[in-house]
Each structure stands twice: as structure tokens, then as C-alpha cells.
Design a protein around this ligand. Structure first.
Ligand code: F6P
Length: 367
């Protein structure tokens, strides 16, 4: 018996995706496991996420070659150490209300002979996976997003690499900030979740951390900065998440339009805040948005390990016929959870537990 499994990465790229693919292919093609599993596997990589499953013409050889690729140990041998996604990705939504192409996905999967599908995605694209599951497609999910905003898992691929990038970039900024006695406002990604800013701020000891889950007051930010100056601190780093906003204001969207899932593009709050501080406090401020640098580079050791664990778990879930579920890290152990549960709500920072709303930093005390 042979089981043909498709794998795709959908939505934004991040470090760790290639590691997951590397390890799921190696696990699936492990000959020693065939007698235990009772099946052999064939892994078909789908190019550019859902777009590949929509565009492919299964009866045309050239098109199949363009949109799919048969993966083996040799092809994915070095993938675990590279960031991004070697399969490519897109923001195409098969359930786009303006043009629903989900039926095409189901039909093309059938025509390609795919028995099951592994979807490496965040909230929106695991949402697509769940809808397809409800239509009878055998799917399993692997969580990935630097935002770490998926519920029912303690980890999503890419987060640790992004936190490391923020930390190292702030180390660089400290040098010039200190030399000039300047304030630096640094903007992180993270969409509606403050995890990236909070963890990046903790790791880099930022003076002030502003997150979307708690609206801040600009004058309080200035007060805190002045206090630091009085204490003799030459410079300050203010880390602001792209989704954070001053009390009474809307989020800042520098880029117009929405993505395939109807989400606005966030970004620009850092620039706004830097200007306001300069205007109101007569302090010298510079602004840096880390933007896509946070998704670049190679995966950290942790992302490689988690890619390995989630990748292998995805194959085990298929063997166990645990469809409609997502690989998950829970209290240090790898497990799987129903996609339905993971998609009930976004995993946002619990302000009461983790955030100091007076001094705009993480709450570190035990009490
Ligand atoms: O969801 C990941 C993420 O990097 C968000 O933090 C950010 O808001 C968004 O994607 C950026 O999207 P794009 O790559 O389309 O500009």
C-alpha cells in the first residue's frame, strides 16, 4: 500500500518551515517504519501554497511539473538550515468570498491522487485547512507564524528566530543610540498579538514595550523617558508592536489595501510615536521599523528542532488518521489538537498576567 501526501506552506514565510518539510519527508520515507505503519509514503510538494493546487492542471505534464515536486531525502537534504520556504508560498485564499475556488482545490487533489494534505500555516491558512477538512479532505496542520497568535499550542514556527533578530538588531542600535544620547523607537511585527514585542523587549532589555493588547498614553511614555534621563541613562529603546495604538486612536496602516483574507496591513505606529515624542518632549528621536527583516535569515536552533518535531508529528498524525488536527507543543510535549479548537480565538497576550500597564514593560515578578 502507498499513501500519497501533499505538503504546502501557505501565507507568510518564516524560518522553520523548511525544517518541518525536511523532517516530515525523512520520517515519511523511513523504510524501517514501513512494517509498523503498514504503508509506504510518497510526498508531493505543492508550489506556492493554495495557488499551486488551484493553478495546476493535473492532466498536463508540464503544469504538474510546474506546480508540484516529488520530494525525497536527497532533495530536502539541506533544507532544514534555510529560512523562508523552498516550496514557495502565496496569500491566495481558496475560500475568497469574491471568487471561491475551494472546489478546484478538492478536485485537483483528487486528480493528483493525493490521499492527504499537510498544511503549514498560521491562523488564516489553517482556517482554510479546517474548512477543507469539513468538506471531506484529509488534512493535518503544522503551526507557523512569527506572531505566535495561534491558540492551543505553546509554539509556532518562526517565533524564536524573529525574537533573536529583534534582539540582535537592538544590540546594534544601542551602540549608536548610546553614542548620540538618542531615543530609538523600534517597531516590530506581530499583527494583533504583542508576543514578538514582549519577548524581543525582554531579551533586549528595552526600556519601554508597547503592545496591541493595551492602549498606551503618549504622555506616560514621555514621562518614563524623562525619568530615565534624570536617572542618568544616556539613551532609551522604545519597542512598539505594529498593532499597538495610543488610547483613543485607531491602528496605523501605512500600506493601503487588504490581503487575500481581508486583513489590513499594519505598520507605521513607530514613525508616528517618534514624531510625537520629538514634538511634545523636545527629545531627539530616531525610528526603525524592523519589518520583514524579522522573517528573514536562517532558523535558530530552536526553530530547527521544533520544525523537526512538528514535521515528524504530522506524518504520525496521518498514520494514526488524526485528521482535522494540528501538531502542537503543550507543556513541553508534542501532541495534536483539533483545528477547530485552535481556531476558536487568537492567542493574545494576557495583560493581567504578563504586562505592566503602569511602566509599559513585561511583568516579571512572581507575585
Ligand atoms: O503574520 C506574519 C506577519 O509578518 C505579520 O507580523 C505582519 O503584519 C504581516 O505578516 C506582514 O505581511 P506581508 O509580508 O504581507 O507584508
Amino acid at each position: 500500500m502507498k499513501t500519497r501526501v501533499g505538503v504546502l506552506s501557505a501565507g507568510r514565510d518564516c524560518p522553520g518551515i523548511n525544517s518541518a518539510i525536511h523532517w516530515l519527508v525523512n520520517s515519511a520515507l523511513d523504510k524501517d517504519l514501513v512494517p509498523i505503519r503498514g504503508t509506504m509514503f510518497e510526498i508531493i510538494g505543492i508550489v506556492d501554497g493554495w495557488k499551486g493546487l488551484i493553478e495546476v492542471k493535473p492532466d498536463k505534464k508540464e503544469s504538474v511539473k510546474r506546480w508540484t515536486t516529488r520530494l525525497d531525502g536527497n532533495i530536502v537534504r539541506t533544507w532544514d538550515r534555510y529560512g523562508g520556504t523552498r516550496l514557495g508560498t502565496s496569500l491566495v485564499n481558496p475560500f475568497d468570498p469574491k471568487k471561491d475556488r475551494s472546489e478546484k482545490v478538492v478536485q485537483n487533489m483528487k486528480k493528483l491522487g493525493l490521499d492527504a494534505l499537510i498544511v503549514i500555516g498560521g491562523f488564516d491558512n489553517l482556517g482554510v485547512a479546517y474548512k477543507l477538512f469539513r468538506e471531506g479532505v484529509k488534512v493535518v496542520g503544522i503551526p507557523k507564524t512569527i506572531d505566535k497568535d495561534l491558540s492551543e499550542t505553546d509554539y509556532t514556527l518562526g517565533f524564536d528566530s524573529a525574537v533573536n533578530i529583534i534582539t540582535h538588531d537592538i544590540d546594534r542600535l544601542r551602540i549608536t543610540a548610546g553614542s548620540h544620547s538618542r531615543i530609538f523607537v523600534v517597531e516590530t511585527m506581530g499583527r494583533r498579538a504583542g508576543w514578538l514585542a514582549l519577548a524581543g523587549g525582554e531579551a533586549s532589555a528595552a526600556a519601554i514595550i508597547l503592545i496591541p493588547e493595551h492602549d498606551f498614553v503618549i504622555d506616560r511614555v514621555i514621562e518614563l523617558l524623562k525619568m530615565r534621563k534624570k536617572e542618568g541613562k544616556r539613551y532609551s529603546i522604545v519597542l512598539v508592536s505594529e498593532g499597538a495604538k495610543p488610547r483613543g486612536m485607531e491602528e496605523v496602516h501605512e500600506r493601503r489595501g487588504r490581503d487575500g483574507f481581508g486583513n489590513y496591513y499594519l505598520g507605521g505606529i513607530g514613525g508616528f510615536l517618534a514624531e510625537e515624542i520629538e514634538k511634545r518632549a523636545n527629545m531627539e528621536v530616531r525610528y526603525v521599523a524592523l519589518r520583514h527583516l524579522q522573517r528573514g535569515g536562517s532558523p535558530t536552533a530552536y526553530d530547527r528542532r521544533m520544525g523537526r518535531k512538528f514535521g515528524i508529528a504530522a506524518i504520525d498524525m496521518i498514520v494514526n488518521e488524526d485528521f482535522g488536527r494540528m501538531a502542537s507543543l503543550s507543556h513541553g510535549e508534542i501532541t495534536s489538537v483539533p483545528l477547530k479548537k485552535a481556531l476558536e480565538k487568537l492567542n493574545l497576550v494576557n495583560v493581567e498576567k504578563f504586562y505592566d500597564t503602569k511602566d509599559y514593560k513585561s511583568k516579571d515578578q512572581l507575585l
